[in-house]
Design a protein around this ligand. Sequence first.
Ligand code: KIV
Length: 294
Amino acid sequence: MSSAPRSDRKPVSLTKLAEMRALGEPIVMVTAYDHPSALVVEQAGVDVVLVGDSAANNVLGYADTVPVTVEELLMLAAAVRRGLNAPLLVGDLPFGSYEASDAQAIDTAHRFVKEAGCDAVKLEGGGASAERARAIVRAGVPVMGHVGLTPQTATALGGYRAQGRTAERARRVLDDALALQEAGCFAIVFEAIPAEVTDAIMPHMEIPVIGIGAGSSTDGQVLVLHDLLAIHDGFKPKFVKRYADVKAAMVAGVEAYAQEVRTRAFPGPEHAYGIAPEELERLREQLPPHRTAV
Ligand code: KIV
């Protein structure tokens, strides 16, 4: 299924992630939504790639992650699969594709594995989601959990804001994480919770925890590729660090192209195809006479 260039790296397995956690080796996770980005993150040597439902806002132009469909994410995930060799590929189950029943959750998870070639899926929340996670794991698909700020249900959480900022709410994050761990998840994302709360929860975790805005004591970190490279310059959450300014470079490149087209500096002779002089001569002989303007 994959047309990715061959890499010398061994594929990252679930066992490898557990070993990294045990050895204290930080796990690097990042999102990707298309083939060129997959080639970039593969070459950069990341461990885990998430086809996040954040594709909704980052590449599909939706206001939030709620509207994105299974079909849309499957198409993006399949494109990423074709660019990846070594990293573990995780597909995000979109809102409304797993909550209704275990059967629905298993069916959607199987589609991500069979149709897009994902190695695992991710779902958001504890509670009923932990039961869905258990069902999917039993059906043979590894599951990554996601607690704290869960964007699919941000409205119910009071908006896009840090979670676990009171003892009761922090306790709820712990309970959700423990439920997902007990359900058989191989890893969990902690999003937007105070670093001290993460520090307090970490000793209770036996599986890799990947943080995003959750401090530095997690077993790894995840960022959205479009945030860390500034591929767009919209809202920047507090936890994002920019490592490049790709949008600025793209705008500058397109502006330079437009300017050269308008001044006829592009294309140059080096961008043009040639024809043998005798063929050109023969063509000229066949051309009708020029029309003269009346
Ligand atoms: O969809 C996404 O990008 C995510 C990450 C923030 C973990 O869920």
